[in-house]
Design a protein around this ligand. Sequence first.
Ligand code: IMP
Ligand code: MG
Length: 337
Amino acid sequence: MLADIVVGLQHGDEAKGKVTHHLCRSGEYTHVLRFNGGGNAGHTIYHEGRKFVTHYIPAGVFYGIKSIIGSGCVLNVQHFFDELKELKAAGIDTSLVKIAKNCHIITDDHLNEDRGDEKIGTTKRGTGPAYRNKYNRTGIRARQVLTLGPYLVDLYDEFYSSPDTKVLCEGAQGFGLDVDWGDYPYVTSSHCTSASALLNGIPPNAVRHVWGVGKMYDTYVGKKTFQPDDDIFNKLRELGEEYGATTGRPRQCNWLDLSALNKSIQINGVTHVVLNKADVMKSLGVWKLNHNDKLKVFSSQREMCNYVTANIQKTSGGCTPEIIFSGDKHSINSYME
Ligand code: IMP
Ligand code: MG
């Protein structure tokens, strides 16, 4: 078996969906696996010039690759069928969409409870309550839901019945929202690191590449104050169209935090970094980042990119990850003037 993993290095919304979609084009994967989170995720994908927002179904669906909602996810049945219908109506073949039979269910009670959240600023999709019941051993699994019958798979049978299995593992949210590594309690209720992919039946020694996805600046959605008091960040939000794909909420913006990015690169064992939205920084015409609690100011994109490249952490084994600075909604092509 071979597995590549796509993870978020910041607070979600780094355009992981775009990277997964791009990697699927190689045609080498037998499966694409969503490995954590629920309908809180909103993956914006441009497929053949059309814009799609998915919450559950992995990007493999656009390429006729078996696309599985994994055991690490939580799923709202009604929202799943709505999404399936939407994709079908757009002419996408959904016949290879599957659900791990041990994936947990988000119930109406979970949704109602989460709608009352005022402390964290959740996406109100019932994610936290569903994970709580899972770990409390009072949850409902997908296999108990009759209407899901035709979609269910056993991840062991899926991955281990052929030696040629190649899985692209697609994460949701990001390192800064991870329940252990994020700024608790301003986090989501699942694990958002590469380790989380392994919990879905992927053995560690199958992992080949870990694609860490970030942006040239940082964003966060939720109750804590994240955006500094400076109008430039409002401008950045407009230029970057930084509004939640799931809830439409404005995302708080800040400069790239290179120290946090390095920590995330190391803990995720990232082999390839994609830093998106270089085009947005260019439109802003200001290049700044925070590193070791100091604000660094650059006069051009190239200068900022050179600084990032020179200061990116080596991961275990002394490997320096490859970095792509991207500025295109449709591909991960390098963007450098
Ligand atoms: P929950 O995951 O809905 O419980 O929300 C917990 C925190 O994670 C809140 O600050 C949400 O805004 C944030 N969050 C959850 N999913 C996403 C996502 O896909 N992108 C960005 N923020 C998210
Ligand atoms: Mg998103």
